[in-house]
Design a binder for this molecule. Structure first.
Ligand code: GLU
Length: 469
């Protein structure tokens, strides 16, 4: 095992978002590629907004995607005593100080700064206060360097990023209620967890110089940083619910395969030549964080659908069967109770279905004989013709020893030749009789999967209905 250590550090204030999942994926890939360690850390210091429900949803999303972690989940709330120790250390060393400014005072200062066209920034009133009472309400601020210099870090994706120190004011590291703040906890945790590379969304770029200053003050080396550009919707606004589903689990429920979503996410901002399809192994082999692009990725649902169709088409029918069962049950079908073998059904559908949900819908006719028929499709044929086709097909099927799809297809061809019919004149009416509509797999495949008896029964019934119209 190498000493590469990365972490995914979600705040449990909602479900696992596709953006978060991609950050987790990049971290996971780096760890797997380098033989390193992938750590899951739940950043729950915002006690008001963090919920167990969100933690569960995040874990569920990661498990579904197969993003297995090697250590954790660790919870920041378990580390409060440790953060306090470090706050104390900085206080003792004069690198932090107690600030007694009230929220109202700070707000007034902020408003004044805005009015005067200055950047709202803490004015340092408590920086050199002699009085350091612990009893009076106070927060603790980091004494940020005010030396006119700058703080820089090298970002593996964006290159060197530099912030002038006078833009970085004295950050609150402990709130007046005694709880530590995000920027402080992240630094302490990344140090104690020996994180070597921090991969996260670039909405954190502005936090990084502050964290770098904290590393310096604490005397710890900073890790490497890689800030991944945001994911945008088609209108180039940050991806949000109004662009459609953003939760990983929602994609599962819409019938996406985890490998399709993984493949989609890895290509969102990262590329390897013109390759589009990556198995897990290929992703691991080819991934390089420095090949993540600098511009934001645009979420393209059609491409995701295309990938999903690809993975369904190549999927192992047995595995697809396991995945399909819950979708069928939701539609009132339990393939264990009766009807054709689910694996055989899937083999006839996996060429065309783009999602498992679509596949479930297309599978229903195998388990429920149609109760009605597509009227518009039937109307294209005159009654005499339909009755003749249905009659001939039933007769031919009953007498035939055919057992394979190819043999049944040949049989339908034969029937056409014998009667001077064209294939659609037979195929469409039979499809309608068997499935209720015209959107169904090849006739031979359906007959084999349904079985000859059931096929004849359904055609018989269609013949009766047509005979009465
Ligand atoms: N908890 C932060 C978030 O969910 C991530 C912090 C980090 O990766 O440093 O955005």
């Amino acid at each position: 095992m190498s000493d590469v250590r990365v972490r995914f550090a979600p705040s449990p204030t909602g479900y696992l978002h596709v953006g978060g999942a991609r950050t987790a994926l990049f971290n996971w890939l780096l760890a797997r590629k380098q033989g390193g360690t992938f750590i899951l850390r739940i950043e729950d210091t915002d006690v008001e907004r963090s919920t167990q429900e969100s933690v569960d949803a995040i874990l569920q999303g990661m498990e579904w995607l197969g993003l297995d972690w090697d250590e954790g989940p660790f919870y920041q709330t378990d580390n409060f005593p440790l953060y306090k120790e470090y706050v104390q250390k900085l206080l003792t060393e004069g690198k932090a100080y107690r600030c007694y400014c009230s929220a109202e005072e700070l707000e007034a200062k902020r408003e004044l700064a805005m009015k005067e066209g200055r950047k709202p920034k803490y004015d340092g009133s408590c920086r050199n206060r002699a009085e350091q009472s612990e009893d009076k309400p106070h927060c603790v601020r980091f004494r940020a360097p005010q030396d006119g210099g700058a703080t820089s870090f090298v970002d593996l994706i964006k290159g060197t990023i530099t912030f002038p120190n006078d833009e970085l004011d004295d950050l609150i590291i402990q709130r007046s209620d005694g709880t530590p703040t995000y920027n402080f906890c992240v630094v302490i945790d990344d140090v104690i967890m020996k994180i070597t590379t921090v991969i996260r969304g670039d909405d954190h770029v502005n936090n990084t110089p502050r964290q770098v200053q904290l590393y310096q003050a604490l005397g710890f080396p900073a890790p490497q940083f890689a800030h991944v550009p945001m994911i945008l919707g088609s209108d180039k606004a940050r991806l949000s619910k109004r662009h459609g589903a953003t939760s990983v689990i929602a994609y599962r429920d819409m019938g996406f395969l985890p490998e399709a979503l993984m493949n989609y996410l890895v290509r969102l901002g990262w590329s390897h030549g013109d390759d589009e399809i990556f198995s897990r192994e290929e992703m691991i082999e080819k991934f390089d964080i420095t090949n993540v692009g600098r511009s934001p990725g645009v979420f393209n649902p059609d491409k995701l659908l295309w990938l999903n169709a690809h993975y369904i088409k190549c999927g192992d029918p047995q595995r697809l069967a396991d995945l399909l069962i819950p979708f069928l049950k939701k539609r009132g079908v339990d393939p264990a109770i009766g009807g054709p073998q689910l694996v055989e059904v899937i083999k006839t559908l996996q060429e065309r279905a783009r999602t498992m949900l679509e596949m479930a819908d297309s599978a229903l006719f195998y388990y429920h004989a149609p109760e009605s028929y597509d009227k518009a499709a039937l109307a294209k044929f005159d009654t005499e013709q339909l009755l003749a086709v249905y009659g001939a097909v039933m007769e031919k099927l009953a007498a035939s020893p055919a057992t394979t799809a190819a043999e049944f297809d040949a049989l339908f061809k034969e029937l056409c030749t014998e009667n001077g019919w064209k294939m659609p004149q037979v195929g469409q009416p039979v499809r309608i009789a068997l499935s209720g509509g015209t959107q169904a797999p090849g006739i031979g495949e359906i007959v084999v999967t349904l079985g000859k008896e059931e096929t004849i029964r359904r055609i018989q019934r269609a013949r009766e209905v047509v005979g009465k119209r």
